[in-house]
Design a protein around this ligand. Structure first.
Ligand SMILES: COc1cccc(CC(=N)NC(=O)c2cccnc2OC2CCNCC2)c1
Length: 386
């Protein structure tokens, strides 16, 4: 019976899509929240992972590297670095008990995380404080123990205890009930490598050198005044971002502290470039994050270097030109491929910049919230998860 667990959760199911009124599906009652952790099968123990501790961070890194998400053909597996995980999971206001591990004999075998976010939903006046869930992972050797539902219930309990009742997350799979089904696209930067690792394939009439010519990029970006973001840009980037996101039906509200955390460049983690044509005036910015994939079995390459489009705000520069520069910058930083979802304004540049559709979709979920409209179009989504 599919979705045994998800049928028990406050998510709209097919026949409620028209009867539920917009807003929380279940009212949260703090006094009723279970105070103690959920029971685990014997020998399994809960732990709060301290990612600042090198040994514990290394354990998380290895669990994910060996057991986290693979592509549909099991040729690639995400290989999040420790620096990346510290960026993704230690934002301002983080709760230590929201980095949840399960250990057996001191070995990490299960993991799930939450970070605090403030989400603006459709036409709601108030923004909703909630959690963004990510990195649900169970070791390959202990799957089918029903550990994933317990990890989800435990992090839900730890969020409820803080009087928060909603969550946002994404998944490649479809479980009850997506609020949007987005598609991902790839733009080749290193055609030869993508063919060698099997990410791209050549049709009868194509050759490697033809592909390399087709995807060739200029040495330098076009936009005058484009430069790496610095601390002094935080105030302007915060205003640009918060203003830009208002056009979407789902978006986070960012404080300056959060913009500093999420956008100040970090080597091999996050790259952000601003456009400052006129002295002291930032008019646009682009950003992409570094998420390599391990190539599971390949004689020549161990990794695929992939840049993922993050947030891009074009107010004076045409979005196509800004993103063309993003491709050039990513190529110059050594990436093999540039990935993007068809969310926000991305449709405006995907075709023109020669992105190809991927073979899967990324579904967005909102826990314990009925939207006015059952589904949102990808272009109405203004949030990017890592
Ligand atoms: C190429 O190596 C891969 C290794 C594992 C999975 C996939 C396919 C895939 N599932 N891709 C995405 O989910 C994806 C494609 C484009 C942009 N963002 C994405 O996912 C992000 C956001 C959600 N958390 C993972 C990273 C590809």
């Amino acid at each position: 019976k599919p979705h045994q667990f998800w049928e028990t959760q406050p998510m709209p199911n097919i026949n409620e899509l028209d009867s539920l009124k917009p807003g929380p599906i279940q009212e949260g009652i703090l006094a009723e929240v279970r105070q103690d952790p959920y029971n685990l099968i014997s020998k399994f123990e809960w732990c709060n992972v301290d990612l600042r501790n090198d040994e514990q961070a290394q354990q998380v890194y290895t669990l994910l590297k060996e057991n986290y998400v693979e592509d549909d053909d099991n040729m690639f597996r995400f290989d999040y670095s420790i620096d990346f995980l510290r960026w993704a999971l230690l934002p301002p206001g983080q709760h230590p008990d929201w980095i949840v591990g399960v250990k057996v004999n001191q070995k990490l075998v299960g993991f799930i995380t939450g970070i605090p976010v403030t989400l603006h939903i459709e036409n709601q006046q108030t923004k909703v404080k909630m959690t963004e869930i990510n990195f649900l992972c169970v070791h390959k050797k202990i799957r089918a123990n029903r550990l994933a539902p317990v990890l989800i219930k435990e992090i839900t309990r730890r969020v409820h205890i803080k009087n928060m009742w909603q969550a946002v997350y994404t998944a490649g799979i479809v479980v009850p009930t997506p609020i949007s089904q987005t598609r991902y696209y790839h733009r080749s930067l290193n055609a030869k490598k993508l063919i060698e690792v099997g990410f791209s394939s050549l049709s009868a009439r194509q050759t490697i050198s033809r592909q390399q010519k087709l995807y060739k990029l200029p040495e330098e970006p076009k936009t005058q005044g484009l430069r790496p973001m610095k601390k002094k840009d935080v105030a302007q980037v915060t205003k640009l971002l918060n203003e830009y996101l208002k056009q979407f039906k789902l978006y986070f509200k960012y404080t300056e502290d959060e913009v500093k955390h999420w956008f100040i460049p970090r080597k091999d983690v996050i790259s952000t470039y601003v456009v400052e044509k006129e002295q002291g005036v930032v008019t646009d910015f682009l950003s992409f994050y570094n998420l390599p994939s391990q190539v599971i079995k390949n004689p020549k390459h161990t990794h695929l270097r992939a840049a993922y489009s993050y947030y891009n705000v074009a107010t004076k520069t045409p979005i196509v030109q800004l993103m063309y520069d993003a491709l050039i910058l990513a190529k110059n930083e050594g990436y093999d491929v540039f990935n993007a979802l068809d969310i926000m304004e991305n449709e405006k540049f995907l075709k023109e910049l020669m992105f190809c559709p991927g073979d899967g979709q990324l579904n967005y979920y909102l826990y314990n919230w009925k939207l006015e409209s059952n589904m949102l179009k990808p272009e109405e989504i203004g949030i990017v998860l890592v």
